[in-house]
Design a protein around this ligand. Structure first.
Ligand SMILES: Nc1ncnc2c1ncn2[C@@H]1O[C@H](COP(=O)(O)OP(=O)(O)OP(=O)(O)O)[C@@H](O)[C@H]1O
Ligand SMILES: [Mg+2]
Length: 248
C-alpha cells in the first residue's frame, strides 16, 4: 500500500489525528517513535515518492508528446548526446550515423519514380558533402537534409498525404533566404519541422551543427521564430520584428 502516495498520505494523517486525539505531542525528538515509528516512515516514503514522481513526469514530458513537440528516444538517458549536452560538452552532430539514409531518397519515393531536377540535386549533393567533409569555418547556418514529411490520411482508409518531398537546401551565414512556393507546397510544414513543432518522417535539419532531432534545446537558445500571422505590429519594420523575435 505504501507504494501508492494517497495511501501514505492517508496513513500519515491517520497517525497525526490519533496522536492529537490522545494528546500526544509530536516533536522532532519523538517523531521516530510516535505510533511505532510509522510517522517517520510515512515522511520517508512521501519524500521518495516526491522524487520518483517528479522524475517520472519529467521523463514522460521528454518522450511522450501530446499535441506539438518532438519526442526524445525512450532510452535517451542512456545516450551519450544527452549527457554531453547536460554537462555542456560541445555536441558533435549525430547525423553521420544516418548519412546513408540522408543521402538517398526514401524507398517509396524511389518506387514512385521521383527524380530531383539537376539544380535541386546539385544543392542536395552540396549539403551531403558538407556533412561528409565538414568545414566549420564555412558552414551553412541552416541545412535542411533530405527532409520528408508524410501526414496520415484523414481516415485509416485514406492514403497518407506527402506534404514535403525530400527537400535539401542550405542557407549561408548572414544570408537572407526566401522560401517561395504555391499554396500547399509545404513551406509552413518545413518551418514547423525546423522549429521542432513536429518531427520529419525522414531526413533532418541542422541549425549550425545542431540537429533538430537531438539538440532542440540548444537550437532554441540561438533561434527566434517570427510567426506568419496575427501578432505582427504595423508600426514596426521587418528588421525590428526580426530583432524582437530573435531575442524572445
Ligand atoms: N497536419 C496535417 N495533416 C495533413 N495534411 C497536412 C497537415 N498540415 C499540412 N498538410 C498538407 O500538407 C501540404 C503542405 O501544407 P503547408 O501548410 O506546409 O503549405 P504552405 O506551402 O505553407 O502553403 P501556404 O502558402 O498556403 O501557407 C498541404 O497540402 C496541406 O494540406
Ligand atoms: Mg503556409
Amino acid at each position: 500500500m505504501m507504494l501508492l502516495p494517497p495511501f501514505v498520505m492517508m496513513r500519515f494523517t491517520n497517525v497525526i489525528t490519533t496522536a492529537a486525539a490522545s494528546f500526544e505531542k509530536v516533536t522532532f525528538a519523538n517523531i521516530g517513535t510516535v505510533n511505532g515509528g510509522s510517522m517517520a516512515q510515512c515522511l520517508v516514503y512521501l519524500t521518495v515518492h516526491w522524487f520518483f514522481w517528479m522524475f517520472f513526469r519529467w521523463y514522460l514530458e521528454q518522450v511522450v508528446v501530446g499535441g506539438f513537440g518532438t519526442p526524445k528516444h525512450p532510452l535517451f538517458l542512456f545516450q551519450r548526446e544527452f549527457w554531453d549536452g547536460l554537462l555542456g560538452k560541445s555536441a558533435q552532430t549525430n547525423t553521420k550515423a544516418t548519412l546513408q539514409d540522408l543521402e538517398h531518397l526514401p524507398e517509396d519515393e524511389k518506387k514512385a519514380g521521383l527524380v530531383r531536377p539537376r539544380d535541386v540535386d546539385k544543392e542536395h549533393e552540396r549539403i551531403i558533402d558538407s556533412l561528409k567533409n565538414p568545414e566549420p569555418d564555412n558552414m551553412d547556418a541552416v541545412r535542411i537534409v533530405n527532409m520528408h514529411k508524410q501526414f496520415p490520411g484523414a481516415t485509416p482508409k485514406d492514403p497518407p498525404k506527402t506534404a514535403v518531398r525530400s527537400v535539401s537546401l542550405g542557407v549561408k551565414q548572414r544570408e537572407c533566404f526566401g522560401l517561395l512556393g504555391h499554396n500547399g507546397a509545404g513551406k509552413t510544414t518545413v518551418i514547423n519541422m525546423m522549429t521542432g513543432l513536429f518531427p520529419p518522417t525522414s531526413g533532418t535539419g541542422l541549425i549550425g551543427n545542431f540537429d533538430i532531432a537531438t539538440d532542440l534545446d540548444k537550437i532554441y537558445s540561438t533561434m527566434g521564430v517570427c510567426p506568419q500571422h496575427n501578432i505582427l505590429w504595423g508600426e514596426l519594420s521587418a528588421k525590428v520584428h526580426q530583432e524582437l523575435f530573435v531575442r524572445l
